[in-house]
Ligand binder design. Sequence first.
Ligand SMILES: Nc1ncnc2c1ncn2[C@@H]1O[C@H](COP(=O)(O)OP(=O)(O)OP(=O)(O)O)[C@@H](O)[C@H]1O
Ligand SMILES: [Mg+2]
Length: 243
Amino acid sequence: MIKYKNLVKSFGTRTVLKGIDLHIKAGEIVFILGTSGTGKSVLLKNTVGLLRPDSGEIWIDGENVSGYSEEQFLSIRKKCGMVFQHPALFDSLTIYENIAYGLRKHFSMAENEIERRVEQALSLVNLDNILSKRPGEISYGMQKRVSLARTVVLQPKVLLFDEPTTGLDPVTTNSINTLIQSLSRKLNTTSMVVSHDMQCALKIADHIVVLDQGQVVDQGTPKQLLESEVPLVRDFLEEARNQ
Ligand SMILES: Nc1ncnc2c1ncn2[C@@H]1O[C@H](COP(=O)(O)OP(=O)(O)OP(=O)(O)O)[C@@H](O)[C@H]1O
Ligand SMILES: [Mg+2]
């Protein structure tokens, strides 16, 4: 579904992605793990055209999007929904309007269809009775769920999550992770999840990729990663055991 070929991205003299080769298979949940500043968010942003690579290729669902214009990326963003690290909801809009926003922007849709899709998206993230509230009136964990619903409502084939559980307590973290798993299965999406959380990756990923300083240092199934000899992977595993 997604292929990165020798992807390179620099900012000034600093090369952040140093030739990423990666293949994300359709229908899989793939976790991208790495310490802070290794280029995980930069990789996701390149995928949806919020940043452009210096060289290399990105293939999405059979299309080479590397040289795409801003306009051509609009259709890619319909296909690849990104859930950002921070919910960034519109404070002045109701939850209903926040979730309906993308539908109104990307599709011409009758109001009753919008209503149906918004309600369905909210129930997929296990929320109800908050349609007329504003973001400031609900908890941070709920805002994260709304931000998920806002992406899911567009029915993308690919879901990209940038640290969906950072800043959440362990119970909410668990419920968001379970939600990512159930949503991916229910909607039959391909999911890329950027995370620091090896424990969760071992639990719900089909495939785990470990990045270090802009390069893939290891990848495999959870079972394969448990046997890894790569020092950074051992560190992540050790930390997961101590959680
Ligand atoms: N728009 C930008 N302009 C300049 N430098 C950038 C830009 N975006 C990211 N960087 C730099 O690229 C490097 C990788 O950033 P990135 O946000 O991808 O890290 P990350 O792996 O997502 O880290 P974290 O886990 O902390 O979110 C950092 O050194 C960052 O400062
Ligand atoms: Mg990041």
